[in-house]
Ligand binder design. Sequence first.
Ligand code: KG4
Ligand code: ZN
Length: 349
Amino acid sequence: MTILGIETSCDETAAAVVKGGRDVLSSIVATQIPLHAPYGGVVPEIASRSHVENIGSTIKEALAAARCHWNDLDAVAATYGPGLASSLLIGLSAAKSLAWTLQLPFIGVNHIEAHIYSVFLSPEAPEIETVLPLLALVVSGGHTALVKMDENRDCTVLGQTLDDAAGEAFDKGAKLIGLGYPGGPQIEKAARRAQPSTPGPIFPQGKIGPDNPALGSMQAELCFSFSGLKTSLLNHIKQNPITSDSHRDELALAYQDAIISALVDRCRLALESTDYQALAVGGGVSLNAVLRTRLKEIAKTAEIPLLLPEARFCGDNAAMIAGLAGHGGGVRGKAAFQLDAAPGLGWGR
Ligand code: KG4
Ligand code: ZN
């Protein structure tokens, strides 16, 4: 199956051609970061306008880079949720109309589930069946979820953030510290410059009470909360105004450590409960080198492999959309053509 994937859930217009779920023939990402940077976050109206302007050329570029013609395609897949409604609609409409015109199947894909499949987009990656059950951490600007994928590839969300996503915490924290956007890479860079010998502040990890009504079937100790962390950073800066670059770097180090410790501690705890065959991590925050090192340590202790996406597949991309579709996932058949954009799409059990 050669599948054209389309992704427009947030601020990247992306198209890719993937063969057999893992052989990436092309992956084009038209980033909008410079458009949103002056606002310190994604502006939905600007995002959807830019998707409209770029979707056609991005798809054509993906086909040309893959040396494919329309009639080489076997299906068209696109993200239908979760994400920004006005952004999702652009890619979803483009994909449905293309599939309809070319008389090809259309496959609707869940964006978060697709992030997990990003670790299989490489000839060296293991076959998915050999690493199930799998524990996956999806960490991006919009999502933070801990997911169990069982032997049938059914997913259960064990825990997720009840407020801000980890990437959002990086972005908002960077703004408070006076670093640029997107915040994750800026905080990582500043933290690397910090002198670890200087004792910096210790920021608390957000804890969730077991009677929190938002938990549903999720476990409190596997859920995340980052909004309190951002407030404690703000309070700290009010009481201790930033006086120098080294002070800024120290804060970045302490703040990064609090976010990463929250992520790693939940993964460690989840690994104790099931005989997982691998730990996978996806999403923009999975680019963070400290997170990668610390997850590698806990995977080593659990004697399982840590599956990481290639850097180009960590952030939003369309190869992961076509990858999941090529593995047989997503909504198919007539129901797929009837899908509407689903901004708050839930998923798993
Ligand atoms: O997956 P992604 O490209 O888009 C969403 O689906 O949100 O993730 C973007 C997020 C941003 O919040 C950005 O700050 C964060 O990923 N990020 C990082 C790093 N690189 C990107 N966070 C921490 N460390 C990084 N090196
Ligand atoms: Zn994403």
